[in-house]
Structure formats: structure tokens, C-alpha cells
Design a protein around this ligand. Structure first.
Ligand code: SAH
Length: 324
């Protein structure tokens, strides 16, 4: 476990190593010690695709006028969370754009209602807020908050989010941690101008908070965004970054991210033997699913929440995992 002391230079070397089998084996060994064979399956409800922000990689950004916008009602969100709980999920992730229709009071109402009806962990993922808002949401019973920091590089962050500041975003994660949330950070692999050093800093930032969860996924270009011509992120580099995160933080929760699965399902499955212990499954009602287009996804045939949950369990069984 001395490996937790990996330094910046070690991390860069590991990220650049083309024969990473040893790295994956080490990460897998640590995952087995801390998590066993257990994979936590989380239900994600994509509650709104309205967004005030201008993130130049994201299909929901406010300048994308080609996207039909939707927002679920609080009642729909609560009903979907209950259906997910009844299908066996123990966590719901409630994620959306930064949609001002959803005030702190409304988020608190949704959280309290779900908590009063089911014994289920709630993760909110709704962007940057003031400390007092995060605090109110925490007091309403929200257990976790997911806010990927996206990149720690000040210049890259500025270019991708004109008018916004990386320090504000990083600070949100520190505030969330202080308020007692299980805190999820994370970043994309393959952003324009990103280097190995940038990724090493992203990993060290996750360790410094320290985050309880980190979503590390490849960037996928979206045709209606300024980054439509950019290349997609490397799945191999993504897997190495996940493995290093496991070594830096043996107990952290690491999803095999959805974007990795969108590029290549086999690559997504491989990451479960290289550090990952979480998977998120969409439970967003069918009529909204295609509209939550952060990046292009082929949804295939959409089934009921319970049927799709059963399919995830089967997938995990097929790769020798247990699930919760
Ligand atoms: N508004 C929320 C949720 C953002 S969307 C928030 O600010 O946290 C969830 C995540 O999808 C983002 O944090 C980002 O890391 C990822 N994402 C967005 N666009 C992407 C793209 N084109 N390729 C890969 N991941 C993307």
C-alpha cells in the first residue's frame, strides 16, 4: 500500500506506459482487498437538459439551439426514484444541467420526499451552487454530490468554459466534502491541449480533496458543439487513469464510466478488472432519454427499469462480479 505515495513523476510514467498489464493487476488486487468482487450499480435519473452553462464539450450547453429541451416534474423524478428502488437499486443519482427552474427548495423537496418513501442513498449532480445551497440540500438528506471538476488546468478550463473559473469549481468539491457529502469529482480524458501532466494533476487533485468517488471518462465529440472536430479520448489512457486512481485512493468508488461504454463495451468491461467498482445505469423515462445528449449515444431498445436492471446484473455475473 506504499503505492499510495505515488508522486507526480511516477504517475506520468505510469500513464505513458504502453504495457500497463502490471498496473491493472496491481489496481485489481487493491480493488479486491477493499471491495471484494462487489460492483455497486447506481440508477441515474437525468431530470433536465436545460442548462445555463456554456461548456464547449457538452451537447446540453446553452448555445446548442438544435436540442429539444425537457425538464421532469418533481413528481416524475420522485416516482422514477421509487421505481428504481423497487427494481433493486440502492442509490439514485439525480443529474441535470444547471437549470434555474430547480431552486434549492425544490431540490430539498424532492430529496425529502424520496427519503420519506424509500431507504435509498441520493446523489445530486446539478452543478455549481453557493455553499448555503449545498448545505440546505445536505440537511434535507442528500447523501452524495457528484461534480466532476473536468480539468484542473486553468487555461484549458478557461477555454472550455468561457467566463468561468477552475478555482471556483475545485472549491465546490472542497466545500461539499466539508459539509459531509460523499463527494464525487472526476475529469475527462482527451480534452484538447490536455497532456499527461494535466491528467497527473487531475489525479493528485482527486487525492487531495480527497474525493470519495471519481468519474474518469473519455471525451466524446458532440456534433453540435464547438469541439465537434476534436478527436475522442483514448480508452486505454482512461483505463490507466482509473487504475492509478485506485492505487492513490484504495477505498475510492470508481465507476466504469458511461462514455467508456459508449466508445467500446469491451473496454468498459475490462476496467472492472483494473480498478473500477461502480456502474451507472440510466433509468430516465424513455421519452426523455434521447434528449439528454451530453454526447451522442445509441440507446438501442429501451425496456423497463426492472428489465434493464436485470440485464446489468447478468452482465456483471458474466464477468465474475457480484452486485449491490
Ligand atoms: N451539470 C452537471 C452535470 C454535467 S453532465 C454538472 O455540472 O456536474 C455530466 C458529465 O458528463 C460532465 O461532468 C462531464 O464530465 C461529462 N461530459 C460532458 N460532455 C461530455 C463529452 N462530450 N464527452 C464525455 N463526457 C462528457
Amino acid at each position: 500500500m506504499k503505492t499510495q505515495n505515488l508522486q507526480f513523476d511516477d504517475i506520468c510514467r505510469l500513464l505513458e506506459d504502453d504495457s500497463a498489464e502490471e498496473l491493472y493487476a496491481l489496481a485489481d488486487g487493491i480493488t479486491r482487498e477493499t471491495k471484494g468482487d462487489m460492483v455497486n450499480v447506481r440508477a441515474i435519473i437525468e431530470f433536465s437538459n436545460y442548462c445555463n452553462r456554456n461548456c464547449s464539450y457538452c451537447g446540453l450547453n446553452c448555445h446548442n439551439t438544435t436540442l429539444g429541451r425537457y425538464r421532469m416534474t418533481p413528481e416524475e423524478i420522485i416516482a422514477t426514484a421509487i421505481e428504481a428502488s423497487d427494481a433493486g437499486y440502492k442509490t439514485v443519482v439525480i443529474q441535470g444541467g444547471e437549470d434555474p427552474w430547480f431552486t434549492t427548495d425544490i431540490y430539498c423537496h424532492i430529496i425529502k420526499e424520496i427519503k420519506s418513501k424509500r431507504d435509498i442513498a441520493i446523489t445530486l449532480s446539478a452543478g455549481e451552487m453557493r455553499e448555503e445551497d449545498y448545505s440546505a440540500i445536505r440537511k434535507a438528506g442528500c447523501d452524495r454530490y457528484l461534480l466532476k471538476h473536468e480539468t484542473t488546468d486553468e487555461n484549458i478550463y478557461k477555454k472550455l468554459h468561457p467566463g468561468y473559473n477552475v478555482e471556483d469549481r475545485l472549491n465546490c468539491l472542497r466545500v461539499l466534502k466539508r459539509l459531509g457529502f460523499e463527494t464525487g469529482g472526476g475529469f475527462m480524458i482527451g480534452l484538447p491541449e490536455q497532456t499527461i501532466e494535466t491528467i497527473a494533476n487531475d489525479l493528485l487533485f482527486i487525492q487531495s480533496v480527497p474525493c470519495d468517488m471519481a468519474g474518469i471518462g473519455p471525451f466524446i465529440p458532440h456534433p453540435e458543439t464547438p469541439l465537434k472536430e476534436a478527436g475522442q479520448g483514448s480508452t486505454e489512457l482512461t483505463r490507466r487513469a482509473v487504475a492509478i486512481a485506485r492505487i492513490l485512493l484504495p477505498n475510492i468508488n470508481l465507476p466504469a464510466t458511461t462514455s467508456l461504454g459508449v466508445i467500446d463495451k469491451d473496454e468498459r468491461n475490462k476496467v472492472f478488472s483494473g480498478g473500477a467498482n461502480v456502474i451507472m445505469k440510466k433509468v430516465t423515462p424513455e421519452k426523455y432519454r434521447e434528449l439528454y445528449e451530453i454526447y451522442p449515444v445509441n440507446h438501442g431498445k429501451i425496456k423497463s427499469i426492472a428489465e434493464e436492471r436485470a440485464e446489468i446484473n447478468e452482465l456483471l455475473a458474466s464477468i465474475g462480479k457480484e452486485w449491490d
